[in-house]
Design a binder for this molecule. Sequence first.
Ligand SMILES: Cc1cc2nc3c(=O)[nH]c(=O)nc-3n(C[C@H](O)[C@H](O)[C@H](O)COP(=O)(O)OP(=O)(O)OC[C@H]3O[C@@H](n4cnc5c(N)ncnc54)[C@H](O)[C@@H]3O)c2cc1C
Ligand code: HEM
Length: 377
Amino acid sequence: MDERDVRLVQDSLQRAGARGVHVVRFFYAHLFGARPDLRRLFPAELGEQHERLLNALVHVIDHLDAPGTLSYLERLGRDHRRYGITRSDYLSVGRSLIASIAEHTPRTWNEDTERAWTNVYTLAMNTMLAAVKRDNAAGIPASWRATVVSRRLDRTGHTVVLQAVPDQFYPFRAGQYAAVHHPELRGIWRPYSLVRPDDDASRGEVELHVARTPDGSLSTLLCDQASPGHTLTLSAPAGDGWCAQDEAPLTVIAAGTGWAPARAIVAEQLRRCPARIIDVHVVARSRDHFYDQQHLAGLESRHRQLTCHRWYPPDPHRVRGFHDQFQQHLAEGPCLADRHVYVAGPPALVSTTIETLEQRNAPRSLTHDPLLSTRQD
Ligand SMILES: Cc1cc2nc3c(=O)[nH]c(=O)nc-3n(C[C@H](O)[C@H](O)[C@H](O)COP(=O)(O)OP(=O)(O)OC[C@H]3O[C@@H](n4cnc5c(N)ncnc54)[C@H](O)[C@@H]3O)c2cc1C
Ligand code: HEM
């Protein structure tokens, strides 16, 4: 990549204040003016919260010279396959992006800058499209339709466990997630962790554990309405997943629906190494908020080397003091130096836990949920 191009692009981005609301509005108006057919890909309400494409695009373009960006773009290209977009759509987005930056840097915009933008965008686009081409050639579906076959609401009405059958084999690794779409919510895709219902990889069902998010669009719909017969769309499985390569003991810390990837990981570890010692810490905001307890109790009774600790604040109004106590237990509790630790749950809990463990009780390996967006506790 030409360093001068990168510098010109970064300079104009800085001048345009590219995350500014005017640039965002101009971009979408330009794009949907030229290509009204692309509007269907985006949420019905394009509030500032949802104007993610431009922010994300600008971030990627701004960091194109950073190590790892090209492989990130390949992943992004694969991830975009679910939108069913073509090279001509990429070109339209590129034109609108460049028009928005030009419009907001009138004094410094010139042919060199325009050429630099074209080069940089083309590189990003071609990297994404090359990955798309490889996945198409390998016959990997762009998305899967999955029919809901069962629905179980926990007793608080806070978490629903949905089982769905994909229309074709859906391969995923423990700890991975899928972007999920419901046809009633245009343009809305949210990540949910993937679980095998009975932890038996030979069956085709996929289980999703969905916590109700106050005023959340997809989680509310899934908790209240999704029922047998509904069809969801699943993206290709994403995320690295996790699997220990040795037989060292494992500690799992899972808060809220962080139990979903944790459950998939525990099942995989028990399958690979039935004698492995596993400590599970499940954290909930109150005693009533533990869900999937029957499954957990079954695991405890079948596997004597698996121990489960349930953590919840005795007084649901004093959650903060409880969180501090939990972190203190992790810092001062049993030494983790010979253990793998896997952490999943709301980003705040995951990042505090990582910090505590890295500073005060470093384990043999530490793996955690991707901290992309909100997961409720
Ligand atoms: C890797 C990963 C795995 C995940 N796995 C799971 C899982 O297994 N189970 C699970 O339940 N969740 C999981 N999540 C979280 C999940 O993806 C969703 O973020 C969650 O369900 C909320 O989505 P929603 O559409 O209901 O809420 P959104 O509609 O996205 O709303 C989220 C919050 O933002 C607020 N909001 C929305 N729009 C606006 C606006 N315009 N202005 C101001 N505020 C606004 C809403 O009021 C709400 O409180 C995971 C997240 C990640 C990153
Ligand atoms: C080089 C080109 C592109 C880059 C670098 C890029 C990057 C991104 C990134 C990083 C996200 C956010 C990831 C996420 O929220 O899941 C995103 C979201 C999205 N992208 Fe792209 N993208 C590109 C081209 C396109 C094109 C051509 C389209 C189709 C017209 C498109 C449609 C979308 C949509 C619909 C979203 C979700 C937006 C939302 O939820 O509001 N992207 N893109």
